[in-house]
Design a protein around this ligand. Structure first.
Ligand SMILES: [Mg+2]
Length: 311
């Protein structure tokens, strides 16, 4: 900003564009060209990166139930009292852990997270996408936007790949044990986090900055530079928002279940997503091809925008 002011004054003083100002402008243009666009890859967790619900990889077994039993009771609470599905499962976790004498400290959740199963290629995915971004002049950032538990995801082997994890959390008592829901993420909360990523806000609690008016060119990651991955109903509003504002949404499906593919196809037909792909994340996968092509387009659009600014 200051450089532009100086250049403008020099131009005014001399009455014509001086050689110095011309060089400065050229240099600034080069500096500006060197800046990289950020591409945000935003993932739902359960069913998108992992083939099950995260509670099914240790916690449910620890309380002596089957996943079917646990989710049936949880759905019963929500349906019976017309309550939030998310708050119902969080309460059930606390109640069942207490009945079974299981402590739920952050460290305990992380231990459950260590056993999470992931879809094929997920462990290498973040590295190969980051390398592609690096080679093609974009900065890649990965985010989680999940109705599952942040503490469990933090224990998973891929936790370090994420710039930020937006997910449900508990409040902890003076002994460090979970006692009450702190953040419950349903489908509308998921959309809120898309706007936070857009504006560069990394607090789930924040309700001020996210609603402040910010000029489009000042937003940290424009929607056009977002790729949203999801598999279920709670992802639909986020997919639609990203898609509507010029970004890309991808519905992934577990290739072992035809009904999951049918659901993804429905989202594509309804215009909620731009692409569908099996939840396979290897370098040879369709998912990688789709993402590389989107990154190429984002980079080209960004570069054309920079070139159009040159006067
Ligand atoms: Mg899901």
């Amino acid at each position: 900003m200051y450089y532009f002011l100086i250049i403008k004054n020099i131009t005014n003083l001399s009455g014509k564009q001086s050689e110095f100002a011309y060089i400065c402008r050229k240099s600034l243009f080069v500096v500006k060209m060197k800046k990289k666009p950020i591409v945000a890859l935003i993932y739902d967790f359960d069913g998108t990166l992992s083939p099950g619900n995260m509670q099914e990889f240790g916690f449910i077994q620890a309380i002596g139930k089957t996943p079917e039993e646990f989710w049936k009771i949880s759905d019963g609470i929500a349906r019976g009292q017309d309550a939030s599905n998310v708050l119902s499962y969080m309460k059930l976790m606390l109640d069942e852990a207490s009945k079974s004498g299981i402590k739920l400290r952050r460290s305990d959740f992380r231990k459950f997270g260590a056993h999470i199963r992931l879809f094929e290629g997920v462990k290498e995915w973040f590295r190969i996408v980051n390398e592609y971004g690096e080679a093609h002049g974009v900065k890649i950032e990965h985010y989680i936007n999940s109705s599952g538990l942040k503490e469990i995801i933090e224990g998973s082997p891929i936790a370090g790949a994420f710039k930020h994890i937006f997910a449900c959390t508990f409040l902890y008592d003076e002994n460090g044990e979970a006692e009450w829901p702190g953040i419950a993420v349903d489908y509308t909360a998921k959309t809120q986090f898309i706007f936070k990523i857009n504006k560069g806000i990394f607090s789930a609690r924040d309700n001020k900055k996210v609603n402040e008016s910010v000029a489009e060119d000042k937003k940290r990651i424009p929607f056009q530079q977002m790729i949203y991955f999801g598999d279920g109903e709670t992802d639909i509003p986020s997919m639609k928002i990203v898609n509507m504002f010029g970004g890309n949404s991808v519905a992934v499906y577990n290739p072992k279940f035809p009904e999951k593919k049918a659901f993804a196809q429905k989202l594509l037909r309804q215009g909620r997503v731009n692409f569908i792909t099996p939840a396979v994340y290897s370098k040879e996968s369709r998912t990688f091809r789709v993402v590389c092509a989107i990154i190429d387009k984002i980079k080209a659009d960004w570069e054309l925008k920079q070139l159009a600014r040159y006067r």
